[in-house]
Design a binder for this molecule. Structure first.
Ligand code: NDP
Length: 295
């Protein structure tokens, strides 16, 4: 068997386009553009790239982008004051504080200060709580993007066996919650799981969010499984190259011989994250403006 390649890049492009259309309609109805504020503290190279990409995508989707780049020695108090200002700014619908923050700032206290109604990353405990009790709130972008790819591919997930590998607050746990809400039978595996290969072999749906290059091999997978690879890992460079290749947590080529469908890395889950961030910001804008949220 040769697996279908799940094209997250194309799916994300369609989602961004749809969000852009609705954002233009929102701007007409509300008399202002939906706004996303992104806060970056310090000069982490990867974070700089993410923040630049978010800014570009926000503008392309007919939304306003407010970028706040602060020096690495910014105090927690100054960052909290900025978050408070953004909470009270009617032109800002979504607030994203780029993680990781410098060591001297406690991430949880900053996330806790963001208004849950503007927490478009879905990291605030109120939104995590809403997800766990089935109330509508904001769901973290990466797992929501995975869920969109899964339902697009499989339709109804009721009764399917799903194994999520990884239990972080931003990917693994919300992913498991979303699968549970969709009536899958869910197992969450992690670094202490015994005989992980045997656990994964039960799964109709495998979501890998570990951060270990090509850990999941062909013989771990059930025939016909659908595989969503969240991992982004850079291999050491080959001789003569300055950058190593990007790979996922799944050994893509060999897994493709067994799986029915699989996301590539890059071009799978990665592009979904920003597209869902824009979608969440548009939802926030409609709620903040008292308008009906489009489907
Ligand atoms: P974390 O490091 O927070 O979590 C990793 C999880 O993997 C932990 O729960 C850990 O278990 C588990 N784990 C580690 N080693 C093993 C092992 N040998 N066997 C089984 N489980 C293991 O990572 P994140 O959730 O933040 O991210 C996971 C991956 O997804 C990373 O590669 C990251 O780059 C990528 N990512 C991609 C995004 C995107 O596509 N846009 C967005 C976010 C993340 P334990 O809890 O026991 O330590």
């Amino acid at each position: 068997m040769s697996a279908t390649r799940i094209d997250g890049k194309a799916f994300a492009a369609r989602l961004r386009e749809r969000v852009g259309e609705y954002a233009a309609r929102f701007a007409e109805a509300a008399g202002r553009r939906a706004g996303l504020a992104v806060v970056l503290v310090g000069d982490d190279a990867a974070s700089q790239v993410y923040v630049g990409a978010k800014n570009k995508a926000t503008l392309a989707a007919n939304m306003a982008s407010f970028e706040h780049r602060l020096p690495a020695d910014t105090s927690a108090a100054a960052l909290l004051a900025l978050v408070e200002r953004l909470n009270n700014d009617d032109n800002v619908d979504g607030i994203l504080v780029q993680l990781p923050l410098p060591d001297h700032i406690d991430e949880q206290s900053i996330i806790a200060a963001i208004s849950p109604e503007k927490d478009v990353d879905g990291f605030h405990v109120i939104n995590a709580g809403r997800l766990s009790v089935g109330q509508s709130g904001f769901v973290p972008c990466t797992p929501l993007g995975c869920m969109m790819l899964l339902t697009d591919r499989l339709g109804d997930l009721s009764g399917l066996e799903a194994v999520v590998i990884g239990r972080s607050n931003i990917v693994g746990k919300p992913m498991a919650q979303l699968l549970l809400d969709a009536n899958a039978t869910v197992t969450i595996a992690h670094s202490r799981t015994k005989d992980l290969a045997a656990v994964v072999r039960r799964a109709d749906i495998v979501v890998a969010a570990v951060g270990r290059p090509e850990m999941i091999r062909k013989d771990w997978l059930k025939d016909g499984a659908t595989v969503i690879d969240v991992g982004i890992n850079r291999l050491p460079p080959e001789p003569g190259q300055d950058k190593g290749k990007l790979v996922g947590d799944v050994a893509f080529d060999e897994a493709s011989e067994v799986a029915a469908a699989i996301t590539p890395v890059p071009g799978g889950v990665g592009p979904m994250t920003i597209a869902v961030l824009l979608r969440n910001t548009l939802v926030a804008a409609h709620r903040n403006a008292g308008l009906d949220v489009p489907d």
